[in-house]
Write a new protein. Structure first.
Length: 314
């Protein structure tokens, strides 16, 4: 027994080293980004630290507790090569050409709804699902995994309640919906339709690209699920920076003139923590059946009013 333990220890050391490096880099990047944001007028520490506490600590811990003691922890896709440099180049090109420039061009070419939403959905499915899976993933049938269907439903229900409560209490979605004043009949069709739309448009697209492909490649390359979660969450945030800068998305955050530095700092502080809990869920279940519809639930309240406007129900 001592021989087996000693023999296993060196194999675990590199993965631990990868985890320490990844978490340390992510922490330093967060602190530097937070300091940069505090240099702007009317900056506040409360909102970013609150988001970090909830999305970066409480929700990942809840995800870990709900998925504890599975029969066997799943491993990254067997026999799938890392291809990490090529995947990172693809992510960079996608962030700049699609999230940055491409969607701006689409908005100008298709200014009216729902045509704009439909075209944007097709582009997302092509660039975030079809292409990355074809180039980088060995697709396999996604069974319920080590937890089983009943446990996945249980995890989905509790995580959904947590996210819906957070959005209802602290988000702006319900206020925006109240300003729209939709009828009960409109809500009856809009709520399930919006959830289905967000499950595909946001859930399928983002979770396939950032969890099934990117986080999977990081896990294979590093041998550490912790390192993969840290790197994937950081890159998830940074991928949004070109859009914040080039597409004028900063106006939604009350920033009239966005700079590249602000976009990078904001994406690290305000967006990256949202990927941690999903990273934990993917690492412990390897189930798109769980994280894709859960992502749709997360975006339901914030996107409900825009969805009603786009599809003419308001």
């Amino acid at each position: 027994m001592p021989v087996m333990t000693l023999g296993a220890e060196p194999a675990r050391t590199p993965s631990r080293r990868h985890a320490v490096v990844a978490v340390s880099v992510a922490a330093v990047a967060y602190v530097l980004a937070l300091v940069a944001l505090q240099g702007r007028p009317d900056a506040s520490l409360f909102e970013p630290l609150f988001l970090l506490a909830v999305l970066g600590v409480v929700f990942p811990l809840l995800a870990w507790v709900l998925t504890r003691k599975p029969r066997s922890l799943p491993s990254p896709a067997p026999g799938e090569p890392a291809q990490l440099p090529a995947m990172l180049l693809y992510l960079l090109a996608f962030s700049v050409l699609a999230l940055g420039w491409g969607f701006s061009a689409l908005q100008q070419a298709y200014p009216d709804e729902p045509a704009q939403s439909v075209v944007q959905l097709l582009v997302k499915l092509a660039t975030m699902v079809v292409l990355p899976v074809w180039l980088f993933a060995r697709w396999r049938q996604h069974r319920p995994g080590p937890l089983g269907w009943k446990r996945l439903v249980w995890v989905f229900a509790w995580m959904s309640l947590a996210y819906l409560a957070l959005q209802a209490v602290f988000g702006r979605g319900l206020t925006t919906l109240a300003d729209l004043s939709p009828s009960a009949s409109t809500l009856a069709w809009a709520i399930p339709a919006c959830w289905l739309w967000q499950t595909v448009e946001a859930g399928l697209a983002e979770e396939v690209l950032f969890r099934r492909v990117l986080q999977e490649k990081l896990a294979i390359a590093s041998g550490s699920p912790v390192a993969a979660i840290a790197w994937a969450s950081l890159l998830f945030g940074l991928a949004h920076a070109p859009g914040l800068w080039l597409r004028g998305a900063s106006m939604m955050e009350g920033v009239a003139v966005a700079t590249p530095g602000w976009a990078v700092a904001y994406s690290i502080v305000m967006i990256a923590p949202a990927g941690i809990a999903f990273g934990v869920l993917w690492a412990r279940t390897r189930s798109l059946w769980l994280i894709v519809p859960l992502h749709g639930t997360v975006d339901l309240i914030p996107q409900l009013a825009p969805f009603i406007r786009a599809w003419g129900g308001g």
